[in-house]
Ligand binder design. Sequence first.
Ligand SMILES: Nc1ncnc2c1ncn2[C@@H]1O[C@H](COP(=O)(O)OP(=O)(O)OP(=O)(O)O)[C@@H](O)[C@H]1O
Length: 260
Amino acid sequence: MALAARSVSEIVLEDISMKYETASSDVLAVQQVSMNIAKGEFISLLGPSGCGKTTLLRLMADLLAPSSGKLSVAGGTAKEARLAQKYGIVFQSPVLYDWRKVKHNVTLPLELKGVSKKQRDKRADELLELVGLKAFGDKYPWQLSGGMQQRVSIARALAMEPEILLMDEPFSALDEFSRERLNEELLTVWSKVGSTVVFVTHSISEAVFLSDRVFVLSPHPGRLSAVVDIPLPRPRNKEMRNTPQFFELIADIRSRFEGV
Ligand SMILES: Nc1ncnc2c1ncn2[C@@H]1O[C@H](COP(=O)(O)OP(=O)(O)OP(=O)(O)O)[C@@H](O)[C@H]1O
């Protein structure tokens, strides 16, 4: 997304802190984080283990309430956004039901909402085509590779046409080849659905390849240490991974972790 196009805010965090209170001690997981994510933007939360990436994602999804600070989503509260089903969430491991065919995993949210079988079947075809699994609707999840299973999870997350797609290290369990291919496919899907995407990753190159902006976090406690614009043109393709600009962006972000 072009810088000038970032006009409408989708997710706004103001001085958000999150303290987990446990029996033995309190953990300040996120400290005074502010960010403003625009509608339709693709951003990554990048940082080492324990810097609060998942916590931030869960706060945005209304799965956690912040200890302090203000959070708004789509002009209202995160709870309102959740109740209005504005979120699609993809987790690190695909959470699929092995006894349901692939197409019935994808349409589960529609079934729960009472959408007719005819409409569900039509939507399953569209979504499976979108993620390149058109021929696999009648298979079961256990018959698919890990990368294909994660594509099913993405299709299911898109079933309700979410305004916001939250992705928590969705490709971290995959080999590098599959991961790079899925990165490219995700961008193709995103260009068609136009959701705002918040993508959690440990990988600098993945964050650079995918994002409009990378939010760099540092740990103990989790703080926002930099926001890096990624001016690589779109649509992005695998050749861009070999350009000097790509390497410079990676080096720039890596330098921000030195001493962290
Ligand atoms: N439910 C919890 N109770 C107590 N502490 C927690 C809880 N969840 C997370 N934490 C702590 O909060 C901090 C941030 O955790 P979080 O999972 O958000 O980080 P992360 O950046 O997503 O890490 P990773 O990359 O390893 O998934 C860590 O120190 C973690 O141990």
